[in-house]
Design a protein around this ligand. Structure first.
Ligand SMILES: Cc1cc2nc3c(=O)[nH]c(=O)nc-3n(C[C@H](O)[C@H](O)[C@H](O)COP(=O)(O)O)c2cc1C
Length: 147
């Protein structure tokens, strides 16, 4: 998608409207990121920029989120995730602080049909999702969708 600019604020393109609508319709967002030069890929940054605008219509306000990622590097997207957390803080998204998940990607970790082949990683990820589920419920208790 083309880079966000203020010029679009008066008339957002249909794809950007649909993106913001899709965010509005979900209870929470799980960001799954690779790491590009120790940060998030430019495409993800651009998507966040679009969704955060026009000014006053930030799609992330009060929208619970969590961050996770995998890459072949030994620290498995840790630095990219820290950058993303900073963006989401600014965008006023309540974030799950812990557990964190920095997954080093190794060939075969995820099978063709989407299963996690390493048992301890699978258990870890199941726990991560359970914690995220509980986090969303806690946030929604104090911040209902229309708050
Ligand atoms: C421009 C570029 C920069 C990258 N920088 C990092 C990096 O800083 N840390 C890392 O662990 N992997 C890095 N990688 C490897 C990516 O994390 C890895 O290729 C990832 O699986 C890419 O996912 P994608 O193909 O879905 O974008 C980089 C890859 C590219 C193309």
């Amino acid at each position: 998608m083309t880079s966000y600019s203020y010029d679009y604020d008066a008339d957002f393109p249909p794809s950007a409207r649909e993106f913001k609508k899709a965010i509005a319709e979900v209870d929470a967002i799980l960001f799954i990121t690779p790491e590009y030069n120790r940060s998030i890929p430019g495409g993800l940054k651009n998507a966040i920029d679009w969704a955060s605008r026009p000014y006053g219509q930030n799609s992330f306000t009060h929208k619970p989120s969590a961050v996770i990622g995998t890459s072949p590097g030994a620290i498995g997207t840790a630095v990219a995730q820290q950058h993303l957390r900073g963006l989401l803080s600014f965008c006023n998204s309540p974030q799950m602080n812990a557990p964190e998940a920095y997954i080093q990607f190794k060939e075969g970790l995820i099978t063709e049909d989407g299963k996690v082949s390493n048992e301890s990683t699978e258990t870890f990820l199941k726990n991560y999702m359970e914690e995220f589920h509980q986090f969303i419920a806690r946030v929604r208790t104090v911040l209902p969708p229309d708050a």
